[in-house]
Design a protein around this ligand. Structure first.
Ligand code: ZN
Length: 257
């Protein structure tokens, strides 16, 4: 059987941060406060949709309800749609100190994404912060696939059953220099990893869930908005990762199918 590549995108507010004492997440303060911004997310969504359409790969986009309401999502037609909260809530309360009404926020997110795009069929928790009770609520929405957990490479990276849902874990491993690398493209967007790091990571795996964020196509956490040539280079690096992994023989798939 061919190994499988799942290209997944957290479609959330720009450079999101948990705000202590608040259920809703904010964006990094670039001079006008921590209120949520969505312009980088919208631009990045269009860039990724274009790129994937060009390569002929269907992506899995996990949308927060608010992002679905605030951005032009028609570019996602044909891609797989998942849920990512409503206001990018820290569902366990570990970061904010406030545990939200998980049932209420996930229902609100589910309805927003359903109204604006389509009925989400899979789930990823904001900040990958999840527990059994949260997954129980997700399952109650009729969603049967989750991708909120990491798995260390060494054991299987294949999807597995988690209480009646199928979990698509994001792999994590030590790179040849002994540094931990997760299959999130985050450090590459920030200039700290190169495409070959992720291609090497995929070698020998049966399943590779690769992840990024919409806004990270045009904005870094550390240095703010990218200039045009940086955006082009950044997009090209994402293309190199996907094409490099496909060249290893991987078959592109979406979460839940
Ligand atoms: Zn997120």
């Amino acid at each position: 059987m061919r190994p499988k590549l799942y290209f997944t995108v957290d479609s959330d507010r720009d450079a999101n941060i948990p705000i202590p004492g608040n259920v809703a997440a904010g964006s990094i303060d670039r001079g006008s406060g921590t209120g949520p911004r969505f312009s980088s997310s919208e631009r990045g969504m269009a860039i990724l949709a274009d790129l994937l359409d060009d390569i002929g790969v269907r992506g899995t986009f996990f949308l927060e309800g608010r992002t679905a309401e605030m951005t032009e999502c028609s570019v996602l037609a044909g891609h797989c749609i998942g849920l990512h909260g409503y206001d990018h809530e820290d569902l366990t309360g570990a970061e904010t100190g406030v545990v939200p009404d998980v049932g209420a926020v996930l229902r609100r997110g589910f309805e927003a994404v359903s109204d604006r795009v389509m009925c989400p069929t899979c789930f990823r928790a904001p900040y990958m912060a999840v527990n059994e009770g949260i997954l129980e609520v997700v399952r109650g929405l009729g969603i049967t696939a989750d991708s909120s957990l990491y798995t260390p490479v060494g054991g299987s990276t294949a999807p597995y059953d988690i209480g009646g849902m199928t979990e698509y874990p994001v792999p994590k491993r030590k790179d040849p220099s002994g540094k931990t690398i997760a299959a999130y493209l985050w450090p590459m967007h920030e200039g700290r990893r190169v495409p070959s790091d992720y291609i090497h990571m995929a070698e020998g795996l049966s399943h590779m869930v690769l992840a990024t964020h919409t806004w990270h196509m045009v904005e870094t956490r550390d240095r703010g908005a990218m200039g045009d040539s940086w955006v082009r280079d950044n997009t090209d690096r994402v293309r190199q990762v996907i094409e490099g992994i496909l060249d290893l023989g991987f078959e592109p798939c979406v979460v839940g199918r």
